[in-house]
Design a protein around this ligand. Structure first.
Ligand SMILES: [Fe+2]
Ligand SMILES: [Fe+2]
Length: 256
């Protein structure tokens, strides 16, 4: 990598870079706080006291993540109190529509954690390698929490899918959460993506990051006996390199 590392806001080379760093931080901060809000819905449906305690902890961690990014945004002049209070903006924080992330029971809560929180984690893994050092550093510590969130979502999904009826219901709802997760990565090959690659704010295009995310959930899908939606049934543009196949898994067949 030959792009220079920008160690602080004072080293930001030009307005274009500054705007792009702010855009990336806005997207991340928006998702951190929105995830905390959705975990608030998940607490209602968490089946055990331990689960409620755990989800409440995750919610706190998301707010801590938000604070870390918000501090960097404030350094660049963003009014954070206004940012938090702006509900119109809150609706757009994941997919542009708050109802896309409405949680109605523990199945939704699990799919939110397994799909959306995990997709957001993949996206910010990329930022840990980015050229804006303050954001890269913040994300190294954020990722430590996110690893645990990810493991819990996966564990809950595997447990639920042991029940064939539950698995069928999860498969039915999977489409909605899959679209939400894919929207987190954004469209591949956009001018914004190209600029980020040029200045080292990202090392990979959105399509490649989304492909890595799908690779990470594919073995879990196989184990659960779940399938990805078909490309032609999706209302969004997916990068051509995305593989939507799930290999057969003998454990999944046995519980079927
Ligand atoms: Fe987070
Ligand atoms: Fe998380």
């Amino acid at each position: 990598m030959n792009q220079p590392i920008i160690n602080s806001k004072d080293e930001i080379p030009d307005e274009h870079y500054r705007k792009m760093v702010l855009t990336l931080m806005d997207r991340q901060a928006g998702r951190e706080i929105a995830t905390a809000e959705v975990f608030g819905q998940c607490v209602i449906f968490a089946p055990t006291l331990d689960d409620k305690v755990r989800i409440t902890r995750y919610q706190n961690e998301e707010l801590k993540h938000f604070k870390l990014v918000a501090k960097l945004m404030a350094e660049l002049g963003v009014d954070i109190d206004h940012y938090v209070a702006d509900r119109k903006r809150a609706g757009a924080r994941f997919t542009g529509n708050e109802s896309d992330v409405t949680v109605t029971d523990w199945i939704d809560a699990t799919l939110f954690n397994f799909m959306i929180d995990r997709a957001a984690t993949y996206q910010l893994t990329e930022y840990t390698r980015g050229s804006y050092a303050p954001l890269a550093k913040a994300n190294v510590s954020i990722l430590r929490d996110e690893e645990r969130h990810k493991d819990f979502g996966e564990h809950c999904l595997i447990e639920m899918c042991r029940d064939p009826e539950m698995r069928a219901e999860i498969q039915r709802r999977f489409h909605k959460w899959f679209i939400g997760a894919m929207r987190i990565f954004g469209r591949p090959g956009t001018p914004g993506n190209r600029y980020c690659l040029e200045v080292g704010l990202k090392q990979r295009d959105s399509g490649e990051i989304a492909a890595a995310y799908l690779d990470s959930i594919r073995p879990v899908m196989a184990r659960c006996g779940l399938k990805f939606p078909r490309r032609e049934d999706l209302p969004i543009e997916l990068a051509p390199e995305l593989n939507l196949e799930v290999p057969a898994h003998h454990d999944a067949q046995r519980v079927a």
